[in-house]
Design a binder for this molecule. Structure first.
Ligand code: ES4
Ligand code: ZN
Length: 325
């Protein structure tokens, strides 16, 4: 398995990773105990039986429920450290980490607690593993737009400690254009802009993310393949897609990894990257995603080019990029 080790450990940037989606069932139970929270399951085994999803929403229901065990800065730090240990073994040299501030705030946690905890884990990960990282809060698009506007204002005083702004959660029925003002404000704060689009939603949502939100990368974006002109635009602007094969499989966006349009997108000149999304829920970390593609016939040069795309698509300056190579 020398080739597969090479694939698993080649240097890569992880650009689509929800830190709450790295919460393994075991850690969820540990944190529940530490915080004296009663989880609504019969135990660890019962919880683990629930990791079968039929859609994005069926996953989000469990994901938001388990997030309630995250209460202290130490919880957020420990979550980051558990993820970074795994990312390090997978060749990750750079990680741009999503989190959902609105959900933690709704759970009664101060934004400063969340940020302090996540950032302290990220500093330790740089010391321990040399992994460079940045934070991208995501707007939960199935909450009201007013909540999104309040959230960007709550984040504004600490905008220097953030890398960007994203848009996530239930997609269909929540078009990007609704969040124009939020993204305008985030851009004015100097944040880099990304959005989930074209995961379950149509190619037109990807176009809106580009035209109305001015995003520099699209998260998922696989349904772009339905629109030839859009592929041309993604190629022309060199907009990277942060694709997540095991996520699409687990959420039944495709019934087989071979259905994913990754090769068609790459052949169309679109920079495709491979990422893990919510690895604790979807059956594997970024190395498992690369391994799964290798097993369905993606070649070493194809996989290496996707890893290289990720290093080029990372939001880092040239000095930082040199330290990643
Ligand atoms: C997510 Cl897979 C996925 N899609 C949209 N929003 C999300 N939040 C966490 N995981
Ligand atoms: Zn995602």
């Amino acid at each position: 398995p020398i080739v597969s080790d090479a694939i698993r450990t080649m240097p890569k940037a992880e650009l689509h990773l929800h830190i709450e989606g790295t919460l393994e069932a075991e850690l969820a139970y540990e944190l529940a105990e530490r915080n004296a929270i009663e989880l609504p399951f019969a135990g660890l085994e019962d919880l683990k039986q629930r990791y079968h999803f039929t859609s994005l929403q069926s996953f989000l229901d469990l994901y938001y429920q388990l997030m309630s065990v995250l209460r202290t800065a130490d919880d957020f730090r420990d979550l980051v450290l558990a993820y970074m240990a795994k990312a390090n073994r997978a060749g990750v040299v750079r990680s741009e980490i999503f989190f959902d501030p609105q959900v933690h705030i709704a759970n009664g946690i101060d934004l400063d607690t969340v940020l302090d905890g996540l950032l302290s884990g990220m500093v330790l990960a740089r010391e321990r593993y040399g992994i460079s990282s940045g934070l991208i809060p995501c707007i939960v698009r199935d909450m009201p737009v007013e909540s999104a506007l309040e959230t960007i204002e709550a984040l504004a005083p600490r905008a220097d400690e953030l890398l960007g702004l994203g848009l996530d959660s239930a997609e269909v029925g929540y078009p990007p254009e609704d969040f124009k003002d939020v993204f305008q404000r985030a851009g004015d704060l100097g944040l880099r802009l990304v959005a989930h689009a074209g995961e379950e939603g149509p190619a037109s949502y990807v176009r809106q993310a580009l035209d109305d939100l001015h995003v520099e990368r699209v998260d998922h974006g696989i349904h772009s393949v339905e629109d030839k002109d859009l592929i041309e635009l993604l190629k022309h602007r060199q907009i990277p897609l942060t694709c997540c094969p095991l996520s699409n499989l687990k959420l039944q966006v495709v019934s087989d990894l071979g259905e994913l349009p990754l090769r068609r997108l790459m052949a169309g000149g679109v920079p495709v990257t491979i990422n893990s999304d919510d690895p604790a829920y979807f059956g594997g970390y970024i190395d498992d995603n690369f391994d799964a593609l290798s097993q369905i016939g993606f070649t070493l040069p194809e996989l290496a080019s996707m890893a290289e795309n990720s290093l080029n698509a990372a939001f880092v300056d040239d000095a930082e990029r040199r330290t990643m190579l």
